[in-house]
Structures are given as C-alpha cells and as structure tokens.
Design a protein around this ligand. Structure first.
Ligand code: GDP
Length: 316
C-alpha cells in the first residue's frame, strides 16, 4: 500500500523520478523506520534487511552496520533520527571516491572509450553523453567501434543523426582499432575536442574481447591522445554488475562508471557496492530512455533523494 506524505519541492526531478522505485521500496522505508524511534535490536535487524533488499550487497551492508553499531555502542548517537543522519553521511562518504568531475581536457582532443557488455545501455548512453557534453560547449564526435554487431553500428548512426552529432561509421567486422584510428584522424582534422568511442560488448568472459579492448586502448595511447574509459553498468543486473566491472577495468583501465536504468529498478543500492568494491567513481546516472535522461552523479543529492520520504510515496 502507498502512504502519501507531503510533497517537498523537488530538487532534480530526473533524479527524484529515477530513484523512485529504490526509494519507495527500501531507503524511504529506512527513513520511516528510523523516524522518532529508539534504536532497538529489531530496528537493526530491519535496517539490515532493507539494505540487503536494496542490493547494497552483503559485504557493504556488513561494514556499514558494524560501523553504525560501534558508534551507537560508544554513545555517539542515541535516537533513530540520529542514526538516520549518521547513516546518510556515511553513505555519501562511501560514494565520494573522487569529487572531481570527469576531467576532459580543455584543449586538444580527449578520447572517451565506452565499455560494457551488450544490452546495458551503452549506445543510448553514448548519445546521452554526446548531447550532454555538446550542451557544455564541447565539440563532440562519435565513433562506431563496436564492429562486431552490424546492428550496433547502425543504432549508433541513427542516434548520431537524431542528435545531429557526426559519427565515424564502420563496416561490420572491421578492425575496431582501425575505426578508432580513423576517428582520431577525423576528429583532429576537423577540430573536435571529444571523441566518444563505442566498443564491442560481447560477454566479458570472452578473452578475445578483452584483448580487442586492450588493442583499442593501445592505438589511442600510441597517438598520445589522452583517453578516459567509462564503464557502463546496468543497475537492474544488481551484483552481477560488480563482477562484470572487474574484467573490463583490467582491460581498458577505469576512469569512471555510468550506471544506467536506475529508473527501472528498486535495487539502486547496488551503486554503493559498485563504488566500494571497484574504488572507481560513478560519473553519470541514466534515468530513462530519452537523450536527456542522464545526470552527472552527485553523491549528496543521490543519497538525499533516496531518503527523501517527504517527497514521495513510501511502500508501507
Ligand atoms: P547496448 O546494447 O548496451 O548498446 O544498449 P542500448 O543502448 O541499445 O540499450 C538497451 C535498452 O536499454 C534500450 O531499450 C534502451 O532504451 C534502454 N535504456 C538505456 N538506458 C536506459 C535508462 O537509463 N533507463 C531505461 N529505462 N532504459 C534505458
């Protein structure tokens, strides 16, 4: 059943809507659980259940609860409201591995390699990022480096057309490293400063995919063009996303993560274990299928909207 609580002024409507399921199923319920209450053993148990339910992950939940219980025992806080505050602060801290935004160079070309398995929303995210960075005044070009999938190339070209951003195409089966080479040449010649490269996303367990990624990375490095690797993870796949991330990080390096489809899951707590286990920052979150359903990630705003029971309906 939904209980309606008064609606506060929404800060970032995209974020508020994007975490609605996670908030109403789990974090909002934590906020309600801890409101004006004493911290009893039952409260700790229920808190644990809700964190696990939100897919914060067993290990991360354990660490969080041990810390909170320790602080409670030492008398650092006494009430549920104080625990709520301490928990939110700690969650923000967990996400804040690196407060700087994704550094793209202001002069010359930066290559952004987009990595991740098929279906996570990589192509859509490339279009969203292209649109976002162009809005920030950058000159953006795309390169269809996922030559393994004819449909992948086509889909990127359709997006490029729709958002009016040039795209270096490729023939299916072409060498991705050659596409990257062409992309760098075209972007340099035409004065673009941001080249977003799609890469193949066949399952990460295939060693040749990882070899291919390393080769793409080598081509970029050989040109002395600064590169950033952004890993795209699908929030709806939960803890599996954490496993995927490791293999990709080894092959291409990892400058940040984009978590997609937050709007489609109640298990958005997976962000906490992704960041904690990979030590890499979330840079953007995807909250829908449209080109502007992307927000730069702000740990404080994210945690605040997860717990914002006054903004939403809370599952009781
Ligand atoms: P790719 O195979 O990784 O390139 O994935 P696509 O970009 O083709 O996306 C797969 C599906 O996920 C498409 O139906 C997208 O519209 C959808 N999608 C991508 N990002 C999001 C998101 O943030 N939210 C939602 N709800 N759907 C998304």
């Amino acid at each position: 059943m939904f209980r309606r609580i008064f609606r506060r002024e929404e800060k970032d409507p995209k974020l508020e809507a994007g975490v609605r399921k996670t908030r109403s199923s789990f974090f909002g319920r934590i906020a309600v659980l801890l409101r004006r209450t004493e911290v009893t053993e039952d409260v700790w148990d229920e808190l644990e259940e809700l964190l696990i339910g939100a897919d914060v992950g067993a290990a991360t939940t354990d660490v969080l609860l041990q810390e909170m219980r320790g602080r409670f025992r030492r008398g650092e806080f006494r009430t549920g409201d104080q625990l709520n505050e301490a928990l939110q602060e700690r969650l923000v801290e967990l996400l804040r591995t690196d407060t700087a935004s994704l550094p793209l160079l202001s002069e010359g070309l930066t290559v952004v390699l987009m990595i991740g398995v098929n279906g996570v929303g990589k192509t859509t995210t490339i279009a969203k990022l292209g649109h976002y960075w162009r809005g920030e005044g950058r000159r953006v070009m795309l390169a269809a480096g996922d030559t393994f999938r004819a449909a992948g190339i086509e889909q990127l070209e359709v997006w490029a057309d729709r958002i009016q951003i040039p795209c270096v195409g490729a023939q299916p089966g072409a060498d991705p490293a050659a596409v990257v080479y062409d992309g760098i040449a075209a972007a340099t010649a035409r004065g673009f400063d941001t080249l977003i490269v799609d890469t193949a996303g066949r399952l990460h367990t295939k060693t040749n995919l990882m070899e291919e990624l390393k080769k793409v990375r080598r081509v970029v490095d050989r040109h002395n063009v600064p590169a950033r690797s952004l890993l795209v993870l699908d929030a709806t796949t939960g803890q599996n996303a954490v496993l995927q991330a490791r293999a990709f990080a080894q092959a291409a390096g990892l400058d940040g993560i984009v978590v997609t489809k937050l709007d489609g899951t109640a298990k958005g707590g997976v962000l906490f274990s992704i960041v904690r286990e990979l030590g890499a920052p979330v840079r953007f979150i995807g909250t829908g299928e449209r080109v502007d359903d992307l927000s730069p990630f702000d740990p404080e705003a994210f945690v605040a909207s997860l717990f914002a029971v006054d903004a939403v309906d809370v599952d009781q």
